[in-house]
Design a binder for this molecule. Structure first.
Ligand code: DAH
Length: 370
């Protein structure tokens, strides 16, 4: 005869005993407490609360208990797991906070420490002004043309109607390049680009030509042996002095403000006829400094007008030397010094600053061309 089944005694399933569950909780809490990084805590979590942890394995045993015992053991198990989960959560918060605090200390930046600054540069004011001048013309549909600085004497002088004995061909004014029989020179103005343009482009022509020019000149506050000019040339049907005046008025206003007026004084250039020098009414004192010692003007030296450049109607001889029929086409041309323009437009007192390459000069005039 078989005896009755023993009453179920939870202690027989030792993994589910209260002591055993308490021990698992204690082990888990101790392991969590010992983990002091997020990574170590993750390992502790897997070991003590993961799928293969002692408590998870014990949990599986519940199913094999007689139904009568499941409730009590289940509650005990639930409490044990809840304690483990709570301990884990608390430790996770602590470890994350400690890790953040450690990182903040390790990555702290002392903003008062001296730093190595990369000095800020600036576009050269001449380059900026050239861009600005070209923009004014490009906006009217003109093109920008460039020519070489080492130029043929013929293009620099002959094609522009300079006579063979013209004084500026002398070696005291012009830098010829040896050997002399090659008739090469450093161009003395941007006007040879006019000749080059007429020889290479079809009419109608509307071009501006900025660039460096060279003269056997002093190097002082008001003279440079290398400086910059911008040349303008228009060749089309029916072009007159009136178009020249309108164009230069617009150019002057774009550079010096709406208020500025221009004045044309008769002059002589071999490549234009008639020729003129164009002056700007002083855009600082508007002439009020003239004869008024109480109110001197540095910009126009109290003269009321500032010499800006040369201009004129293209000489028919120049058109002919470029193969353009002066009976059909006419044109105008002008040329201005860019360094000089920068000087009086932006109060740059000494021309030598333009070439000495001191970045402080460029920085001091940063953005002035806009
Ligand atoms: N090439 C002249 C100079 O260097 C400036 C000039 C005058 C240019 C009259 C021109 C012009 O195009 O028409 O002084």
């Amino acid at each position: 005869m078989s005896g009755p089944n023993d009453n179920y005694d939870p202690k027989q399933v030792s993994a589910l005993s209260a002591e055993s569950l308490d021990a698992m909780v204690a082990d888990a809490v101790a392991a969590f407490a010992a983990a002091d990084t997020v990574a170590a805590l993750k390992d502790a979590r897997l070991a003590h609360a993961g799928d293969r942890s002692p408590i998870a394995l014990a949990n599986r045993e519940i199913g094999s208990l007689p139904p009568a015992a499941r409730k009590e053991v289940g509650q005990r198990m639930g409490q044990a797991r809840a304690r483990i989960a709570a301990a884990l959560q608390a430790r996770q918060d602590e470890v994350a906070a400690a890790e953040l605090a450690r990182d903040l200390v390790a990555e702290r930046v002392d903003v008062t420490l001296p730093v190595e600054l990369t000095p800020e540069g600036a576009q050269h004011p001449i380059t900026a002004l050239i861009d600005r001048m070209c923009d004014v013309f490009v906006a009217m549909g003109w093109e920008v043309a460039e020519g070489p600085e080492l130029e043929a004497e013929w293009l620099n002088f002959d094609a522009l109607n300079f006579t063979p004995d013209h004084p500026s061909r002398g070696e005291t004014d012009t830098l010829f390049v040896a050997p002399l029989e090659n008739h090469l020179l450093m161009r003395t103005h941007t006007s040879p680009v006019q000749a080059r343009t007429m020889l290479t482009r079809d009419v109608p022509i509307y071009v501006v030509c900025p660039g460096k020019v060279y003269r056997a000149d002093e190097f002082d506050a008001t003279h440079l042996p290398v400086f910059h000019q911008i040349e303008g040339l228009c060749v089309d049907k029916g072009i007159s002095m009136a178009h020249l005046k309108g164009t230069l008025d617009h150019f002057a206003k774009a550079m010096f403000g709406e208020e500025v007026s221009t004045r044309f004084r008769p002059h002589y250039f071999p490549f234009t006829e008639p020729s003129a020098e164009v002056d700007l009414e002083c855009f600082v004192c508007h002439g009020e400094s003239v004869g008024n010692p109480d109110r001197p003007c540095r910009t126009c030296k109290s003269e009321g007008w500032i010499e800006w450049g040369g201009c004129g109607v293209v000489n028919p001889r120049v058109l002919i030397s470029a193969g353009i029929d002066p009976e059909v086409y006419s044109g105008f041309a002008f040329g201005m010094g860019i360094d000089r323009t920068l000087m009086f437009r932006n109060n740059a007192a000494d021309l030598r600053d333009m070439v000495e390459g001191d970045v402080r000069f460029a920085r001091s005039l940063k953005g002035v061309a806009r």
